[in-house]
Design a protein around this ligand. Structure first.
Ligand SMILES: Cc1ncc(COP(=O)(O)O)c(C=O)c1O
Length: 427
């Protein structure tokens, strides 16, 4: 049967960005039965034993408590499970000197849903037909933003400025404030910090500048803090969460070891949080409560924030060091390769300037030598203008073992060398 789909039905049945590539990767892995692939494409966090144990302990505590029935056998409020809401308010008030009450907090089934609610509440067509944009101030950014709007033409991204250190083979994206504008046509602003896919961390000043541009027009700014402190604290450089009247601070417990439980947290002014809460009530009533109940325990005891800095952060930071050290040794000095500064998240981002083939073709060549990365072009949602850079980057996951990363980077260096040499011969 092929039911007729509406505009929204068609839009939502498309796989966007990296999800389309993941299909190719899964098929490659399946077809290559017997062939050993080094898979550096995964976005799924590593199961770290200490983190798994924490969730196991919290679950045992919940099971043994009289609260269990209340948690799983009853509906609750759309806003979230009260003990978790209170735990977050208490933790953030103490940690950051805030004055949050439960009206400032919303728990959602994963943080992806926050972006869906916001993108379709603040972005898209207004009742009088005006198109409100969902502005991504710095592209590349999280591929998932490409799929959150029911009105894809609303997603609009800005090309960044590049800060390049030629000699060190490093680079960093910066927001290009000479281009970035927030206008009457802006519905909301979204960016990730630390950034998936690049590991970039916008400075506190850059974030405040973006937020300040949006204040006069009362435009909400969503700061996607899926990798930020206090948990999972996957920042390898100093950063402070930035709060403000038009800021929605959005968190996820996925990289803190609970991706399967789907827990997202939005913190902001009650007027903004209330809009998202109503959306959630209409869509799914509320987030599942079992995950929320164990999260409340891990936050209240302080164990989650401790493990974030003592276990989760060092694990991935060390992996980035392996990528960096291996590339520094294996990549020829005279080749124009540039690794993005590793400031956080669980990925490394490599730019191969003047690459003679596309990122997709390079990905195919790497597959031939048993290494899978993600071609970078899927991480530029909303960037309309043609830009060769979009086809010259790769995302390398830090979820593999040290050995796999080392072998993978050495093979990548060989393939890159061959590809650049081939083009010199042709010229
Ligand atoms: C930057 C960023 N934002 C949001 C998400 C979605 O996370 P969640 O599992 O909370 O929906 C991800 C997932 O990888 C991400 O990398």
């Amino acid at each position: 049967m092929e039911p007729a789909l509406t505009q929204f039905g068609t839009q939502m049945s498309n796989l966007t960005g990296v999800r389309a590539i993941m299909k190719d990767i899964i098929e490659t892995l399946r077809a290559g039965q017997g062939q050993e692939f080094i898979n550096l494409s995964a976005g799924n966090p590593v199961i770290l034993p200490e983190v798994e144990q924490l969730w196991r302990d919290c679950t045992a505590d919940l099971l043994a408590s009289p609260e269990y029935g209340e948690v799983v056998c009853r509906y609750g409020s759309s806003q979230g499970y009260q003990p978790l809401v209170e735990a977050i308010a208490k933790d953030f008030n103490q940690r950051y000197g805030l004055n949050l009450s439960d009206r400032n907090i919303l728990i959602t089934p994963g943080s992806q849903s926050i972006y869906f609610y916001a993108a379709n509440s603040f972005g898209g067509y207004t009742t009088d037909g005006q198109l409100k944009q969902i502005v991504l101030p710095l592209s590349p950014d999280y591929t998932g933003y490409g799929g959150v709007s029911l009105t894809p033409e609303a997603v609009f991204a800005y090309k960044p400025a590049l800060e390049i250190n030629e000699k060190a083979h490093r680079f960093k994206y910066r927001p290009d404030f000479s281009q970035l504008t927030i206008t009457e046509d802006t519905g909301c602003v979204i960016f990730s910090r630390p950034c998936n896919p690049t590991g970039n961390v916008l400075t506190d000043e850059e974030v405040k500048k973006i937020a300040a541009l949006a204040v006069p027009l009362e435009v909400p700014v969503l700061i996607d803090s899926a990798y930020a402190p206090p948990f999972p604290a996957l920042n390898f450089t100093e950063m402070a969460p930035v709060f403000g009247e038009n800021i929605l601070h959005c968190m996820s417990l996925s990289k803190a070891g609970l991706p399967g439980e789907r827990i997202g947290i939005a913190i902001g002014e009650p007027e903004l949080v209330g809009v998202l809460e109503s959306f959630q009530t209409n869509m799914c009533i509320h987030s599942p409560r079992y995950g929320q109940a164990i999260a409340a325990r891990a936050i209240n005891s302080g164990a989650l924030a401790n493990l974030a800095t003592s276990v989760i952060r060092p694990h991935y930071q060390k992996k980035f060091d392996v990528v960096e050290d291996t590339l520094d040794q294996a990549m020829p000095k005279d080749m124009p390769w540039f690794l993005h500064r590793g400031e956080g998240a669980i990925f490394a981002w490599l730019w191969l300037r003047d690459l003679p083939i596309t990122d997709w073709e390079f990905y195919q060549e790497l597959k031939q030598v048993g290494v899978i990365v993600v071609p970078g072009s899927s991480f530029f949602p909303g960037l309309r203008e043609e830009w060769s850079h979009k086809h010259q980057c790769l995302r390398i996951s830090l979820t593999a073992s040290d050995e796999e990363i080392e072998i993978g980077m050495k093979r990548l260096a060989q393939v890159a060398q061959q590809v650049y040499q081939r083009s010199t011969v042709v010229v």
